[in-house]
Design a protein around this ligand. Structure first.
Ligand code: SAH
Length: 348
């Protein structure tokens, strides 16, 4: 077992089984051994790849989307543009390049990167060194550190990295998924069944054995952003209502055992977008697939232009981002629009 695994095992031996969410939070975010704290997980040599790493077109479409919303909002200047979990900074670099197509927009931006990983922060600083003056590039550990002012927020594959709780329907209530210990090995089990009115409200009374998930951390982030009137665009894998057991580990682009090497595999779960929308009280949710969103924003025309200009691989990039057999329908796009702001493009 990893060093973090040994520590978690000692902790469980001392104080009893831990919630899946606490396990996930430790594996991903432990300040010393956490998965994101210690490495750059992206790219061919890493554990997974993401839409902005596949193609510049992804960030360009989002950049134009943001520019349009900025114009519709009356060109607030300065505008705080925050990205949650910016990875290598590629999405923001592509956004900023596309932003220059709209006069005044790039110059209006104060960019805030909300990132806990020191390794990735360095990477983001490098990527963005030429994209925006250093004085307008800021870092924050949490959204609480964002200053006041008009705020647009983007997040790609951020919410799937936040810790989930998981429950199994049992007679008379719900049994929470826990990580316990047996013969020195971590193993998954369940806490005793308890009634839970909030889970009943969300999921009704599904058949015994049905599994549901919640992500309190994601809901807290969305609620706080909505509270301050931010426009939010989230892209991630998942569905309107999450269903079933979606907790998974990824290592070297393949599924792995989530208990085997804590801190060394990526742990994720699908996003239940409905619960994010509910957390954004007063905001209008608009929801569609990544493929439809990008198509409506004009990715096909952009791909043609890039291909004509001699761009490599453009057809396959376009396919990976939009095709139903690739990311096109597994990934979804959710906009949470503050009251008074018109409907954004890209959603039917
Ligand atoms: N958005 C990027 C990276 C996705 S990976 C892309 O699409 O390529 C998830 C990102 O979220 C990483 O940058 C990771 O360090 C960051 N992250 C994970 N948990 C976080 C948290 N609680 N607060 C801030 N950032 C977090």
């Amino acid at each position: 077992m990893s060093a973090l695994g040994e520590r978690l095992a000692r902790q469980i031996a001392a104080t009893g089984p831990m919630r899946l969410s606490d396990y996930m939070a430790a594996c991903l975010g432990d300040p010393q051994h956490g998965y994101y704290t210690t490495r750059d997980p992206l790219g061919a040599a890493g554990d997974f790849t993401t839409a902005p790493e596949i193609s510049q077109m992804f960030g360009e479409m989002i950049g134009l989307w943001l520019a349009q919303m900025w114009m519709q909002a009356g060109r607030p200047t300065p505008l705080l543009l925050a990205e949650l979990g910016p990875g290598r900074g590629t999405l923001m670099a592509d956004i900023l390049r596309a932003a220059r197509a709209v006069p005044g927009f790039a110059e209006a931006l104060e960019v805030w990167l909300v990132e806990t990983s020191p390794a990735l922060r360095e990477r983001q600083r490098d990527t963005l060194a030429k994209a925006i003056p250093a004085a307008r590039l800021h870092f924050a550990d949490t959204i609480e550190e964002l200053p006041t002012g008009p705020l647009f927020v983007v997040a790609n594959e951020f919410f799937d990295a936040l810790p989930i709780r998981q429950f199994r329907r049992a007679p008379g209530g719900w049994a929470e998924r826990m990580v316990g210990l047996e013969d020195g090995q971590l193993l998954l089990g369940h806490a005793p069944t308890e009634p839970d009115a909030e889970l009943d409200r969300r999921f009704g009374t599904p058949p015994e054995g049905a599994i549901v998930e919640t992500c309190p951390a994601a809901e807290a982030v969305v609620a706080a952003l909505a509270q301050r009137g931010a426009l939010l665009l989230a892209v991630d894998y998942g569905d309107w209502e999450g269903t079933g057991d979606t907790f998974q580990a990824l290592r070297g682009h393949a599924a792995a055992d989530p208990l085997l090497a804590p801190g060394e595999a990526d742990l994720t779960a699908h996003v239940g977008f409905r619960w994010l929308a509910e957390a954004a009280a007063g905001h209008r949710p608009l929801f569609t697939t990544q493929g439809a969103f990008l198509e409506r924003l004009g990715i096909t025309e952009r791909a043609r232009a890039l291909a004509r200009a001699g761009g490599d691989d453009i057809v396959s990039q376009h396919r990976r981002l939009t095709h139903p057999d690739e990311m096109g329908t597994l990934f979804k796009t959710l906009a949470l629009v503050p009251p008074g702001m018109p409907d954004p493009p890209g959603f039917a």
